[in-house]
Every structure is written in C-alpha cells, then in structure tokens.
Design a binder for this molecule. Sequence first.
Ligand SMILES: C[S@@+](CC[C@H](N)C(=O)[O-])C[C@H]1O[C@@H](n2cnc3c(N)ncnc32)[C@H](O)[C@@H]1O
Ligand SMILES: Nc1nc2[nH]cc(C(=O)O)c2c(=O)[nH]1
Ligand code: SF4
Ligand SMILES: [Mg+2]
Length: 238
Amino acid sequence: MSKIPVMEIFGPTIQGEGMVIGQKTMFVRTAGCDYSCSWCDSSFTWDGSGKDLIKQMEAEEIWEELKRLGGDGFSFVTISGGNPALLKNLSYFVTLLKENNIQIGLETQGSKWQDWFLDIDQLTISPKPPSSGMDTNFEVLDRIIGRLSPSKTSLKVVVFDDKDYVYAKQVHLRYPDILFYLQVGNDDSKTINTASLVHHLLKKYEWLIDKTIEDPELKNIRVLPQLHTLIWGNKRGV
Ligand SMILES: C[S@@+](CC[C@H](N)C(=O)[O-])C[C@H]1O[C@@H](n2cnc3c(N)ncnc32)[C@H](O)[C@@H]1O
Ligand SMILES: Nc1nc2[nH]cc(C(=O)O)c2c(=O)[nH]1
Ligand code: SF4
Ligand SMILES: [Mg+2]
C-alpha cells in the first residue's frame, strides 16, 4: 500500500513544452508543491482549489487508468504536477512504466532530489525566475544536476520580463553542458479568450526570440512557446 496523490490523468496529447515538444504522450499530474509561483498555470494542484479532485492511487491503478484512456496507443508518459519530486513512492509507478516499455518524462523545478530520477528518460528541470516570487537554492540545484546524465536532462526557464531573462542566462551559463530552453511565460493563464491569448503570446514569443538573437552570450540555446497553449488556450487536461 503506497498511494500517490493524483490531480489528473489525461491524454493522449502532445508534449507542449521543452526538449520533447510535439511528442505524443499521456500525462499524470500529481498534487502538491513546495513552491507557490505567482503565475503558476497549475495552481489548482497546490492552492486548495482542486482539493476535491485529488485521488489517492496505487501505481497499478494509475497504470490501469492510463490504459483505459490511451488504450495501447501510447508509449510515453509525462509526470508533472505540482512537484512530483515531493513523492518518494513514485518509484513504484516509474518501475511499472519501465516494465511496460513506456518512456518517461518528468517536469520538476529542481528543489528536491529523488533516486527514481535516474530512471527517467527525459527529465526537465525548470528553475524559477524572479517574477515567480520564488528563490532558487543553487547548492541544491548543483547537486541535482551533478547526479543526472546530461543526455537525458534539460533546463527550461520561463521568462516574463527582462529580469527573468537575466536570471535565465545566469542559469544557462552555470550549467553550459545541459540543453537549455527559454520558454514564453503565459501571464494570462485564466482567460478563456484563446484568440486574443494566442495573439498576445506570439508577440511575447517574438520579443523573446529578438532578445536571444541579439545576445552574443546566448549561443547554444532554444526558444519555445507553450505549444499546447497556442492550440488549446488555457484549457485543462490537454
Ligand atoms: C506547472 S509546472 C509543474 C512541474 C514543476 N512544478 C515545475 O514547475 O517545473 C510545469 C511547467 O509549467 C511551467 N509554467 C507554469 N506556469 C506557467 C506560465 N504561466 N507560463 C509558462 N509556463 C508556465 C513551469 O515553469 C514548468 O516548467
Ligand atoms: N500538452 C501539455 N504539455 C505540457 N507540458 C508540460 C505541461 C505541464 O503542465 O507540466 C503540459 C501540459 O499540461 N499539457
Ligand atoms: S513549481 Fe511548478 S507547480 Fe509549483 S508553483 Fe511553480 S510552476 Fe506551479
Ligand atoms: Mg502546464
């Protein structure tokens, strides 16, 4: 008996962010976070507003639900949250996925280590810039990144403003051997007006691209939007 607090299970969809953008995947979103980013687009995982949706599930039950939703039409599962790295017992679920030949992605902010990180195929660490209101503990981050294989790891920093950009650059220059993504920040993650949101986010994407192009210090870097937001807006469960 080792239950995992699950907020939502959805898919198949595509990974909208980062190193495997476009990858067909299922999602498992766990509840609870040690951060409280001002602009978190998944704040229902930690701010109490989604508490009635939380289900305590065994690894086997999550796997059954994934198969119910995705049939045998998937080979990739992305674990996000909240912060899944709060959950030591996700190791059982990770092992179960591996036994079934499923590739695994993980989204986490780099504040906590778990030994099961070593079994993740695509691990995205997303340290938080000043606009989030959170502080990065770089000693913890150094230790986490030091234990991971660079070929399976990427860094992704969300940028809302110039200060965030400076922070992102600092992170990239600290870990130059880790694949690095700048991601457009969605500053209107509640609106249901997808057309105006998409227009606005594309403008912000252009702004971020322009800054990167003009910056000789950022060489080996990738700039991406949240692809799922451009397609589905702020809709949940996609
Ligand atoms: C909701 S978080 C969950 C995983 C983990 N807590 C983390 O932050 O990495 C998943 C990804 O969404 C990003 N994100 C959250 N809110 C966002 C927003 N308003 N605009 C752009 N990206 C956002 C986070 O930075 C993170 O990379
Ligand atoms: N399609 C899609 N791609 C995503 N990539 C990261 C997500 C997340 O919320 O962690 C996410 C999400 O919620 N949906
Ligand atoms: S760390 Fe991730 S889940 Fe937690 S508040 Fe920040 S963006 Fe949201
Ligand atoms: Mg998201």
